[in-house]
Design a protein around this ligand. Structure first.
Ligand code: TYM
Length: 332
């Protein structure tokens, strides 16, 4: 591992993962696992920033870990762990809270969006300081690169600001991380409203594809996907629904979006929808088989996350101790 650049990334266990999580981030994580020293985390502490049933959180945490492995992450190559198992995340998060500003946190678009959806009396301090915990996640591992989807860009910027602020105040402490965002398919859009991102929190289940959706559901959702009335397949911002279908097809098959568009010239939308559904079904089939297998083998998942927590902790504690010393905490 020595000499390899470091990667950190995570996903919330807020339900089964979507095709957006997979194509926007997870597929890249898998592609990067040989070249980098990777830490991939299930961020259960982030998941409780909005109301969450304990039994669902437990179930979803196992599911996300199973999704990671099923999508191709190899627990012998990368460090897979659960955020709450490494207490350094909470400890560094507190310190960084004291170097983060109310104003900058209030400008986070994700906070603004999420808090709009909550009753104003139910917006927690955790939801507000969410990006600080995310900064702690990343900075603990001195990550060089953070592979995420476009929607996380602003959180990466604040992470960089916090790291630089701390470094300027106390001398070089943190690696300032770079986002790694695929330029081509950085955002998979909702199948029902192609102007907004595909999200598992959408109230309309036709808007998203889950990695665990059965072939029939996948076909049905693509068939019903919202497009436009132009009737001509173009890869253009003027046709966001069609563009999204092409992006999905392209990301899975590795065929350039423009080529996909020209292959469907004059063929109509129904054919494109059917074919996109088929490539998604084929891509997800082996992943679903592995997810089913893994969820029946909880002992194996437990072995993976225990081993991961041990490795993660060993790295994280070094950074935490350095930070505690710099701010003036007396060592035990
Ligand atoms: P989360 O759980 O919302 O999403 C996990 C990852 O999936 C990406 N993603 C998408 N990409 C493209 N199109 C979409 N429709 C789409 N939906 C989701 C997200 O960009 C993300 O990469 N705050 C993070 C979790 C987190 C984290 C971190 C990430 C906590 N700590 C440290 C990186 C580093 C989040 O809520 O992601």
């Amino acid at each position: 591992m020595e000499g390899k650049k470091k990667i950190f990334s995570g996903m919330q266990p807020s339900g089964s993962l979507t095709l957006g999580n997979y194509l926007g981030a997870l597929k890249n994580w898998v592609a990067l696992q040989d070249e980098y020293d990777c830490y991939y985390c299930v961020v259960d502490m982030h998941a409780i920033t909005v109301p969450k049933e304990p039994k669902d959180l437990r179930k979803n945490t196992y599911e996300v870990l199973a999704n990671y492995i099923a999508a191709g992450l190899d627990p012998d190559k990368v460090t897979l762990f659960i955020q709450s198992h490494v207490s350094a995340h909470a400890e560094l998060s507190w310190i960084l809270n004291c170097f983060s500003y109310y104003g900058e946190l209030g400008r986070m678009t994700q906070f603004k969006d999420k808090s709009k959806k909550q009753d104003s009396n139910a917006i927690t301090a955790g939801l507000f300081t969410y990006p600080v915990l995310m900064a702690a996640d990343i900075l603990l591992y001195q990550a060089d690169l953070v592979p995420v989807g476009e929607d996380q860009r602003q959180h990466l910027e604040i992470t960089r600001d916090i790291a630089q602020r701390f470094n300027n105040r106390f001398s070089e402490t943190f690696t300032v991380p770079e986002p790694y965002i695929s330029t081509d398919v950085a955002k998979i859009m909702s199948l029902q409203d192609p102007e907004s991102k595909m999200s598992k929190s959408d109230t309309n289940e036709n808007a998203y594809i889950l990695l665990t959706d059965k072939p029939d559901a996948i076909r049905r959702k693509f068939k019903r996907s919202v497009t436009d009335s132009l009737g001509v397949v173009n890869y253009s911002d003027d046709q966001p629904g069609i563009k999204n279908l092409i992006n999905i097809y392209s990301k899975i098959t590795n065929i350039k979006p423009e080529t996909v568009a020209s292959n469907y010239e004059g063929k109509g939308y129904a054919r494109l929808k059917e074919d996109v559904a088929e490539v998604v079904v084929e891509e997800l089939k082996p992943i679903q088989e592995r997810i089913d297998y893994l969820l029946k083998n909880k002992d194996y998942l437990e072995e993976v996350y225990r081993m991961g927590a041990g490795k993660a902790e060993a790295t994280a504690i070094k950074t935490l101790r350095k930070v505690q010393k710099k701010v003036g905490f007396i060592p035990r």
